[in-house]
Design a protein around this ligand. Structure first.
Ligand SMILES: [Zn+2]
Length: 253
């Protein structure tokens, strides 16, 4: 039974498939079960970073799965050699995850000196898809200083790369920097929306590290009005990825 609510909802941050690092697998069925439980319409799926590094073939399997299950929206994990999201595929975004560093702990600052980085930024700007970007604050600041048109989404309101308050201060005036809400507290989410506006905050759950229902309930309970909720729940991500335009005429099944 699929839960209903008044909003079109896209979860902008989940992990799909096997995790080499954790020895678990998140199945399509599990993601769809969670989505149906709380009324999520579409689900952005990334491979686990450890798996994408060990086996690039995971991307082909992810694309095949997204052709079969059209509620899935695939993202591409940026590899160590800094290739951008391929533009000739169905990927709708990229995931930059502590490239060549220690995930969730330490950025590798040599990446900022890599001669391939300028080309990565240039090509990513022309592909025009958003990149979920996770590094330490200082690394993120150096990266952001090099682009004003690449659309970035910092996961967890910056929780893993530093503190949300420091990230907010650093990027308050950077219109191309967005934040996802996964695993952040409801108070912090509210604070971000007050400070930088609902147009730069997107809903995400980070399944399997969070659950869709719990993360979604935080957004639904915010006292911000329906207009802003619509932006956070799907409007912003549709704008960033271009999804949704293809089906704007006619009712959804
Ligand atoms: Zn995640």
């Amino acid at each position: 039974m699929r839960a209903r609510n008044d909003f079109d909802i896209i979860d902008s941050h989940t992990h799909w498939g096997p995790s080499m690092a954790m020895g678990v697998t998140v199945s399509s069925e599990e993601l769809l079960r969670q989505a149906d439980e709380c009324g999520v319409d579409r689900i952005v799926v990334f491979p686990f970073p450890s798996t994408a590094i060990a086996d690039e073939g995971i991307h082909d399997r992810l694309l095949a799965e997204c052709r079969r299950e059209t509620r899935f929206v695939p993202y591409y994990t940026i590899p160590a050699d800094l290739r951008p999201v391929p533009s000739d595929t169905c990927f709708k975004g990229g995931k930059w995850h502590w490239v060549r560093g220690v995930p969730d702990a330490a950025s590798n600052y040599q990446v900022l000196e890599d001669p391939r980085l300028d080309r990565f930024i240039e090509r990513s700007e022309s592909v025009g898809l958003p990149v979920v970007f996770e590094e330490e604050l200082r690394f993120t600041e150096s990266f952001v200083a090099r682009t004003s048109s690449l659309q970035l989404i910092i996961p967890h309101l910056g929780l893993l790369g530093g503190t949300p308050e420091d990230f907010l201060k650093a990027f308050r005036r950077r219109e191309n920097v967005h934040f996802d809400t996964a695993l952040a507290s409801q108070d912090t989410i509210f604070h971000f929306i007050q400070e930088i506006g609902a147009a730069r905050v997107v809903f995400g759950s980070d399944v399997p590290f969070g659950t869709m229902k719990r993360e979604l309930d935080k957004i639904l309970a915010l006292d911000i009005g329906d207009e802003k909720k619509r932006l956070v729940l799907s409007g912003n991500l549709k704008r960033l990825t271009g999804i949704g335009h293809e089906e704007s005429s006619g009712p959804r099944a």
